[in-house]
Design a protein around this ligand. Structure first.
Ligand code: 13P
Length: 254
């Protein structure tokens, strides 16, 4: 019997936000989240709003994270943001390998693995995003794809690094489409991922949080969270609406 892993809900704002709208959203989350009893909640605003968000969340139970990180140490990398800078601003989490970064910014498995290492070495918890496209799913290649994406980071850093990491399974075809994976389909991938990590280290696999992302909403969250290997959610669109995000957090412990 696997130990119960603390549930984790993270809100990825993507390239959305504005000072006034952020303040309203964070104010409401801060006020209403304590009653949700979800183990951990994080918000992941765009880089320019990290400082504002850190200040508005100060003293709250909500963690701060970023959506991306440079694989390089500080230096001549115009436009990049180093892991140490994110730590400086209070980030505890950072996404690496979100499918939008992979598809739109040319991030390969090797680059993502380096970013994972940069985040980890700086003391943050990387949230490693994995997921197949519709074509890959239709070709029955889902597990090949997510294993390949996982393997790059496992090979470079070893399974011990996953003691302080989160996996986010986000099928590309479910992101922003309203077409969430069914709880059973997502569970099958989560279970396979956990079994793959267990081959290298049983204890790390048992404690590893594997969260699901892709059209998570208030009305489908509880069924996803009821699956034994779904430990929370990576929320996109619904993370911009305080009531929708709070409803997803409440679904962790209905
Ligand atoms: P949606 O919840 O909008 O589908 O986005 C999911 C996602 O990409 C979170 O990182």
């Amino acid at each position: 019997m696997l130990p119960v892993r603390p549930a984790f809900v993270a809100g990825n704002w993507k390239m959305n936000g504005a000072l006034a709208a952020n303040a309203a959203l964070l104010g409401k989350l801060r006020m209403e989240l304590p009653e949700c009893r979800v183990a951990e909640v994080a918000v992941l605003p765009p880089f320019p709003y990290l400082d504002q968000t850190a200040r508005l969340l100060s003293g709250s139970t909500i963690s701060l994270g970023a959506q991306d990180v440079s694989r390089h140490a500080p230096g001549a990398y115009t436009g990049e943001v180093a892991a140490a800078m994110l730590v400086d601003l209070g980030c505890r989490y950072v996404l690496v390998g979100h499918s939008e970064r992979r598809a739109l910014h040319g991030e390969t498995d090797a680059i993502v693995a380096e970013k994972f290492g940069a985040a980890w070495a700086a003391g943050m918890t990387p949230i490693l995003c994995l997921g197949e496209t519709l074509e890959e799913r239709q070709a029955d290649a889902t597990l090949d794809v997510v294993f390949r994406q996982l393997e790059a980071a496992l090979a470079l850093h070893g399974v011990a690094a996953f003691a302080n990491a989160v996996l986010a399974y986000e099928p590309v075809w479910a992101i922003g489409t309203g077409l969430s994976a069914t709880p059973e389909a997502a569970q099958a991938v989560h279970q396979a991922l956990r079994q793959r990590v267990a081959k290298d280290d049983l204890a790390v696999a048992a404690d590893l949080r594997i969260i699901y992302g892709g059209s998570v909403r208030a009305d489908n969250a509880a069924a996803l969270f009821a699956q034994p290997d779904i430990d929370g959610a990576l929320v996109g669109g619904a993370a911009l609406d305080a009531d929708a995000f709070l409803a997803i957090c409440r679904a962790v412990n209905p």
